[in-house]
Design a protein around this ligand. Structure first.
Ligand code: GDD
Ligand code: MN
Length: 365
């Protein structure tokens, strides 16, 4: 009889990896022969049928499961949910695109059983290699990020950017509430969220080239990486999402001024009409940017996008009214000079817009 819980659970984040699912299971089966293992594919509702491919295998192999998330995106959060869905004493993460070398998993398990807190599949220790899997530009980017990451880490780690690692589930459960769980760097997140320096064992492997499908790393993922470092460097003092929201708001002011200039200067519109039109342009631009960056993990699409936009106009409208109202009262009562009163009104508006956007428009809580 199979034991109630597997010894090792392998979490495999997947987005548009349909062609890689079956080869992945076959490779795990070969690499983990003799070990009691299970695999969980965590899919963010990929349009290419990745979940169906995983379920098809799960239908005949009880070691394989699929967790399908709807309306969500994110490699790191997919890993966290995968971890929390299993009961095996040891858990690992491996990319679902066959770029990581699954044959070192038994050595990684042995390292953790032997006393390491976390075993990392490493491209940057003797015997490891990164060249095969990355373009020169992507390699340089990865090295730059690794330098920043190493500066924050309490212990030396040659490959802190790795997405391939194994640890005890108990440790994950311990740090899970503190994880930022945004972007791609879930290993770094775990290392920086633990309350003590973790003993890291790095096991070399050669990063392979991707054969099917394409990388999901884009500019927003890089922003999320910067955000993760900022969050961990400041001890989580500033909510990341608020920083992104405020930065988008700052950009919105520039958009507003540009639109106003164009409408008055080029089209000869009267000031009041142009100011209204510019406000709408700026709000729309802010909505699009927030949907893509600030709330990327809860991005609205289709009918929900239009409902969200309408709600966003309403929220910002109320925010603007509050801004003018509060600033006017402060000036009239002589509490503050006009500059400070204006700034206070603007600050209250940003906080209001953020709080209501996060709860009603994008529903992140
Ligand atoms: N569920 C889910 N949701 N999975 C995702 C998402 C997402 O939003 N984005 C990416 N994935 C999955 C991919 O399908 C793939 O299986 C894995 O996460 C890695 O994504 P890639 O897009 O292939 O990333 P990469 O090859 O550029 O970088 C990866 O490898 C590096 C080397 O270890 C990442 O894991 C990096 O963090 C890592 O440093
Ligand atoms: Mn990849």
């Amino acid at each position: 009889m199979q034991s109630p819980a597997a010894r090792l659970a392998v979490i495999i984040p997947v987005y548009n990896e349909a062609a890689n699912v079956a080869p992945m299971v076959a490779r795990l089966d070969a690499a983990l022969a003799g070990l009691d293992w299970e695999a969980v594919f965590v899919d963010d509702d990929s349009p290419d049928g990745t979940a169906a491919a995983a379920r098809e295998i799960a239908g005949r192999d009880p070691r394989v499961r699929c967790l399908r998330r709807i309306g969500r995106r994110g490699l790191a959060s997919a890993c966290v949910e995968g971890f929390l869905s299993v009961s095996a004493p040891f858990v690992a993460v491996i990319d679902g695109d066959l770029q990581h070398d699954e044959t070192i998993l038994p050595a990684m398990l042995a390292a953790v059983e032997g006393g390491a807190d976390i075993a990392v599949g490493s491209r940057h220790v003797a015997g490891g290699a990164a060249a095969g899997g990355f373009s020169a530009a992507r390699g340089a980017l990865s090295e730059g990020g690794a330098r920043l990451a190493r500066a924050l880490l309490p212990t030396p780690v040659a490959d802190p950017m790795s997405g391939f690692f194994l640890l005890r589930r108990a440790l994950v459960e311990e740090v899970a509430p503190r994880l930022a769980a945004r972007g791609f760097k879930i290993l770094l997140d775990i290392l920086l969220s633990a309350r003590r320096p973790l003993r890291v064992a790095e096991i070399p492997y050669a990063f392979r080239a991707r054969e099917q499908g394409e990388s999901k790393l884009d500019a927003t993922v890089l922003l999320e990486f910067a955000g993760l470092l900022l969050d961990k460097a400041t001890g989580g003092a500033v909510p990341l999402r608020f920083v992104a929201f405020a930065a988008v708001g700052g950009l919105g002011v520039l958009v507003h001024m540009a639109a106003l200039g164009a409408l008055v200067g080029w089209l000869g519109l009267g000031f009041a009409a142009a100011q209204w039109a510019a406000t709408f342009v700026a709000m729309t631009a802010n909505f699009i940017l927030n949907n893509r960056i600030t709330y990327r993990d809860a991005r609205l699409r289709g009918a929900r996008l239009w409902r969200g936009l309408a709600l966003f106009y309403l929220v910002c409208g109320i925010g603007a009214a509050a801004n003018v109202g509060i600033a006017s009262v402060l000036v009239q009562d002589g509490v503050l000079a006009w500059g400070l009163a204006g700034a206070a009104g603007a600050l209250i508006t940003v906080v209001w817009n953020y709080a209501v956007s996060s709860t009603l428009v994008w529903r992140t809580r």
